[in-house]
Ligand binder design. Sequence first.
Ligand SMILES: Nc1ncnc2c1ncn2[C@@H]1O[C@H](COP(=O)(O)OP(=O)(O)OP(=O)(O)O)[C@@H](O)[C@H]1O
Ligand SMILES: [Mg+2]
Length: 146
Amino acid sequence: MILVNQLNMSFLSIPENVAFARVTAAAFASQLEFTINDLEEIKVAVSEAVANAIVHGYGNAIDKMVAMEIKLYTNKLEISLIDEGIGIKDIKQALQPSFSTDPERMGLGFVFMQSFMDKLKINSVPGKGTKVIMSKNSNDKITIAQ
Ligand SMILES: Nc1ncnc2c1ncn2[C@@H]1O[C@H](COP(=O)(O)OP(=O)(O)OP(=O)(O)O)[C@@H](O)[C@H]1O
Ligand SMILES: [Mg+2]
C-alpha cells in the first residue's frame, strides 16, 4: 500500500464546519477513482463524524478544535476525525442502531458511517477524546497505453 497524498487540518467546532469538512474531504478524495455516489457517501460519513465531535464530544461548545486527517493510498482512502472532548464510555453501545445519549437524536450516525465506508474504527478515552478512523476502497486508476 503506497501513500500517495495526505491532508492534515483542524478547524473550529462551529456547525458551519460540518459542511466545510464534508466538501473538503470529497474534493481531496476525488484524486482517487471514486464514483459520484462514492463521494456522496464519503460526504455523509464525514458530516456524521464531525457533527458527533461538535455535538457530543464538545457539547456544542464553539471554541474547540476538530482535526481531520486524510490519507490517500493507491486504491484506498482513510479519514480520521479527532476531538478532545468527553469521549465515549461504551463504544459497543454507541454503535448500536438507534442508540443515542440524546433523546432528540436518531442514533444513526455510526450506522451511516459503517454502511457508507468499508471500515470504521473508534478509539476513545472518556475525558480525553475520540478518534474515528474510516476507510473506503476505490477502484484502480485506469491508465490507457498509447
Ligand atoms: N465524538 C464523540 N464524542 C463523544 N460521544 C460520541 C461521539 N460520537 C458519538 N458519540 C456517542 O455515540 C452515540 C451514537 O452516535 P451516533 O452518531 O450513532 O448517534 P447520534 O449522534 O446520537 O444521533 P444522530 O447521529 O442520528 O443525530 C451518541 O449519542 C454519543 O453518545
Ligand atoms: Mg451522530
